[in-house]
Each structure stands twice: as C-alpha cells, then as structure tokens.
Design a protein around this ligand. Structure first.
Ligand code: NAG
Ligand code: NAG
Length: 613
C-alpha cells in the first residue's frame, strides 16, 4: 500500500550510529497494539540480555517524537508470566532521558532494572504505553449515514537502540473490517488481528513503516476540560461534583447539522455517534444526579447490582456526532469513613484521581479537594506527577474559608484513575465551630418557641406531655416506615423493572423479563397493603397534620410513577413480542420516558422534603 497517498508523516530515522549503543541485546520482543477504542495502547514484553562484560542496570526505550507527543501514560513492570495478577507487582522506575549520539527525532525513556544484569544474565519485563489522539480520521468528513474510518501508523519492527533477535507484532482492531493495511513478509490477518513477524536478527534502530486503515465506530469521547470538586463535609460525607465539557473527537459530519435538524429526522443512522456514556461510580455512591446545560435532568440510569461499581448510564439529549460538543455535570455522595483515614496525627483523604467515565480522554483535568475549615499543613501523594496549588474557598457559615488543594493534569487516560492522598492536620475545635453555630441557632429558636407557646416541658410518665411524646414517636416511626417502603422497596423495584428491559434488549429473552414483571407486580401490591395502616396512623394524629399532606402526595406520586413504569414495561415487551424494530419501540416509549424522569424527580424531592422535617 502506498502510504504517501494519505500524505502521512512517516517517521524518518537516519541510521547514523552503527556501533552498538551498549552490550544489551533484546532476545525476544512481543508487541500488541490495541486499536479497539480511540485510546491506543501498546503492550510489549521485552526480554533483555547482557552480552557484554559490564553490569548494566538501565534499559532504554525509544519512541519517535511524533508518537511521543501523544503519549499519555507509560509503565514498566517485571514480567510475571501469563495469568498472574498484574497490579500486585511494583512498577519499575522510568525516567525521561537524553542519551548522547542518538539518531534525531527520537524521545528516550530509561527503565531501571531491579538489579544490575551481569554478563549473560537476562531479565523480562512488560511495558504498557498509552497514546491519545493517535488515530487519524480519514476521510476527515463523513455523512451521518457513513461509517467512521481511521488510520494508525507504526513500525513493524520494534524501534530500539539494541539489536533484536526475535520479535513479533499483533495489531488488534475493533472488528475485521479494514480498508487496507501494509503487507510485508510474514503478514497475516486473522479476524480482527493483523500479525507481523516473527522477524529475526534485526540491527538496532531497524524500522519499517506500516499503515492500517480500518473501521472504528467507537465513541471518541474527549473531555476538553473536566473540573472535579471533591468536598469533605462535616456530616459524614464526601461530595463529588464533576463538570464536563465534552466533544465527540471522531469524524465530523458533512454539511451543517443542527440539533433541530437532527430532532426533526431522528432516524439518521450515525454509527459512530455517542448515544450514551457509562460511568463506574464507587459501589457506595448515593444521591447521584446528572444535569445538562439546559438545566434539566436528562435520561440517566443507575444500577447498583455489581459489588464493584454503581454503574451510571448517561444519555445526552441527542446523540452526538463527530465535532459536536456538550456540557453537563454529574454529582454523587460517598460515605466519609470509606475515604478518610488517620495516620500519625494526620488525616488523609484517599480517593481516585480521575473521571469514572469509561474510555474517556481528558485534555485538561482539574481536581479541587475542598478540606474542612481549620485544616492545615496539607500535602499531596500521587503515583504520577501533577501540578498543584493551594487556594481558599469561602462559603456560607465559614469564617476563615476552607483550604483547597487544586491539582491539574493534561492528557489524562483511564490508567490515571489511581488513588491519591491528600494529608492534612486538623484542629478538632474548629470542626465544632460550624455545628456550634447551627446548634446555638437552633437552641435559641427552640427557646423562643417554648416561650411563645408557654409550653410545659416537664415530663412525668402520666402527664399529658409524656403521652404526647409517645404519640410523636409513633408518628415519626410511621413516617420512617413510609419512607423506607417507598425509597428502598418501591423505587428499587422500579429500577429492577428498568434493568429487565435493558437485559431484554441485550438478550431478547422475553420470558425472563415477564417473570421479573410478575414478581414486581406481586411485591408492589404487598407494599401498597403495608402502606395503608401507616397512612391511617398519620391521618389520625394531630401532630402529623403538617406532614401528612406531603406523605399523601408522595404515596400518590409513587403510585402514578408505578403505573407509568408498568405501561412502559408492557409497551416494550409487547414491541419485542410483535418483533417491532428497536427504533420503533424506542420512539413509542420516548415520551413516557420523559414523564417517568419528571415523576421520579418529584418523588425524590418529596422524599427529601419529608426527610428534612
Ligand atoms: C425541563 O424541561 C421541560 C420541557 O422540556 C420544561 O417544561 C421545564 O420547565 C424544565 N425544567 C427546568 C427546571 O428547567
Ligand atoms: C487507598 O484506597 C485503596 C482502595 O481502598 C487502597 O488499595 C490503598 O491502599 C489506599 N491507599 C492508602 C495510602 O491508604
């Protein structure tokens, strides 16, 4: 294939240096290039051997400058053999370096071996390198009905300052559809994998360009900027708020396409459009919300089934085509005790650095950790370099403002989503300050009320006030039970029904879906019976007079929501039974979905409202 057809910049390397750079030899190199998403990952296993008399403890990795500028992440680990758990081994130290007498236009990194290699010794290690923006979109524009094609270029030979005895390369594509790929000797294509090699006994800096032009309809989700605010609160909570400015970094659509146009013609295909994004939140995430730029909460789904993650599915208002942008915010709460620890008189927050979004590239990530007022001597521990500065955030109730640690990093990939720690000293007295302000506020309010009502606050077991207290406890218990039935049982059942529809769309298994529905019908009927006596208690007690209308409204709204969930469920199952197309079914439930979201919000609001009473 003629690669110059694309006008690609093929790296040129002048082989000026012929004397071997050192006595190291790579006796075996296996490389795998993963092109299954827009993030390019190259994993290599290198066996290095010392053929000279002097002990060597550093191994150089070489990258063409053009490739190095897109590098986001590089890690080297001792090779543990297949099937071993990777994260358990400590990474080898890697450092950028600038060795003398090397060919131009190359970037070098040096890997420190755990111990020096004596003559004849060998050591095997793995290298993972992650690149962003490394796929070229060709053609640069497509119509919305077209597939997206991309080009990736590499060298079939491993570029190294050392001679390589035996090597092979595998290129893994999203699927088997290729426009073209460079054919050299020993090139094989098998399904979605192209194999180059084995090649034997190549001198240092051997290089042979290959170009692969293939179909990739993966969503190219790129956050131009993400601002994550992680706020420690007094109330046992870590609040995370993430503001995304997102672009579809894939091939631009031909012609002017406005959102209105799209909404008028929703049937345009757009194989590479971003229809939804998936975020894997920590399993104990709660109070999850999703808000887009219009201010309304769009469709989103939450699953908490798996032990490892709470999965949040975000559906933007409209599918995003290449070049389209959107901005949205997600927020969630995490229990403090799972993220805040104490060690040697210091507290530290231990939390993940980056976005929970799957396969997202972040051009600029800003993480703001908001500590409690009265925190001091903060410092950061992270496994990779990030820029940091300190600021102060003043909000209501604060006196001096809250210290803020601001971290900034460009070119962030999922591999950066590692735990980092912010250590700080904390003065417990200042923690009491805000609650004390609140408590004294409430106390004065309370005293004012008592004075106003001339109430008798002495309690004896026979007194009217004792009975009133008992009655009040009964009312509180009833309210709590209603909340529990609705939020933990009814709403969970709705979520299960939604999940069963998703399973149905994946598996097509109508019977299982119907069985879930039947179980849900039964359960919801039972729950409705459970609610009746509770409502009677509340209705009949004067002390619940204020809250009862809200509880009644909550129960009514939940029932309405229930009915709508059932109608949607029936519509979808019916659609599958009649073998209607997925789009057809989607169109039929689109309106219902909006209503469901609105209702669900109302129910959540009412629950919150009652909770605060
Ligand atoms: C949300 O959108 C609906 C219509 O799309 C509109 O009627 C409603 O006022 C919006 N609510 C907010 C809070 O923006
Ligand atoms: C941070 O939390 C993770 C996950 O719970 C844990 O593996 C890691 O050891 C913690 N780091 C520190 C420094 O406590």
């Amino acid at each position: 294939m003629d690669s110059s057809r694309f006008g690609l910049l093929v790296f040129t390397i002048a082989i000026l240096v012929s004397p071997a750079f050192s006595d190291l030899v790579l006796s075996k190199v296996d490389r795998r290039i993963h092109l299954t998403s827009h993030i390019v990952r190259i994993s290599s296993t290198l066996k290095v051997e010392n053929a000279g008399p002097e002990t060597v403890s550093e191994v150089l990795l070489a990258f063409p400058d053009l490739q190095a500028k897109n590098m986001a992440y590089l890690i080297a680990t001792p090779h543990e053999g297949k099937g071993k758990i990777k994260n358990s081994v400590a990474a080898l130290p890697v450092q950028a370096t600038n060795p003398k007498d090397m060919p131009p236009a190359l970037t070098f990194y040096s890997v420190s071996l755990p111990k020096g290699l004596a003559e004849g010794d060998s050591f095997t290690f793995d290298v993972l390198v992650v690149f962003t923006h490394a796929l070229r979109l060709i053609p640069e524009q497509i119509t919305q009905a077209d597939i997206q094609l991309v080009v990736y270029q590499e060298s079939a030979y491993y570029l190294s300052p050392y001679a390589v005895k035996v090597q092979s390369l595998t290129v893994k594509l999203p699927d088997s559809r290729t426009e073209s790929y460079t054919k050299l000797e020993n090139t094989k294509i098998h399904g979605s994998e192209i194999k180059y090699g084995p090649y034997e006994n190549l001198p240092a800096f051997s290089h042979s360009p290959i170009v692969v032009h293939f179909e990739s309809n993966q969503p190219f989700a790129v956050a131009l900027e993400l601002v994550r605010e992680i706020e420690i609160s007094h109330w046992g909570n870590v609040q995370v708020t993430e503001h995304y400015r997102l672009i579809h970094g894939g091939t631009q659509s031909k012609g002017e396409f406005s959102r209105l146009d799209f909404q008028a013609r929703p049937n345009i295909r757009g194989a590479s459009a971003i229809r939804y994004l998936v975020a894997n939140l920590p399993p104990m995430a709660h109070s999850v919300y999703y808000r887009d730029e219009i201010g309304n909460i769009s469709t989103s789904h939450l699953w908490g089934d798996s032990k490892k993650f709470t999965e949040l599915l975000i559906e933007p208002r409209y599918p995003m085509f290449g070049g389209w942008r959107t901005a949205f915010t997600i927020g969630y709460g995490l229990p403090l005790q799972d993220f805040l620890y104490e060690s040697e008189g210091k507290r530290f927050l231990n939390i993940t650095f980056s976005s929970p979004m799957v396969e997202l590239v972040i051009d600029t990530l800003i993480v703001k950790v908001v500590l409690l007022e009265g925190s001091s001597e903060t410092y950061l521990a992270a496994t990779f370099p990030v820029k940091q500065r300190q600021e102060t955030k003043i909000s209501h109730l604060d006196i001096d403002g809250r210290p803020l640690v601001v971290l900034e990093k460009t070119n962030v990939v999922p591999e950066h989503n590692q735990y980092f720690q912010v250590y700080y000293k904390f003065n417990k007295l200042s923690m009491l300050r805000e609650p004390l302000m609140l408590i004294s506020g409430f106390f004065f309010l309370f005293v004012a009320c008592i004075v106003y009502m001339h109430a008798d606050i002495s309690i004896s077991k026979t007194s009217a006030s004792y009975l009133a207290t008992q009655k009040l406890q009964e009312v509180q218990a009833a309210i709590q039970q209603v909340q529990n039935v609705i939020s933990n049982q009814c709403l969970t059942t709705h979520d299960k029904l939604e999940a069963s529809l998703r399973d149905l769309s994946r598996t097509g298994d109508i019977q299982t879906c119907k069985a879930t529905r039947k179980a849900a019908d039964g359960l919801l009927k039972e729950l409705s019976k459970e609610l009746k006596p509770l409502l009677t208690i509340l209705q009949s007690s004067p002390s619940a007079a204020q809250v009862f209308p809200k509880v009644e409204e909550l129960v009514a709204k939940e029932r309405e929501l229930q009915e709508k969930v059932m109608v949607k469920h029936s519509t979808v199952v019916d659609g599958y039974e009649k073998k209607s197309g997925a789009r057809d079914i989607e169109n039929r439930v689109a309106l219902q979905r909006q209503k469901l979201i609105a209702l669900r919000l109302e129910v959540d609001d009412l629950l919150d409202f009652i909770d605060e009473i």
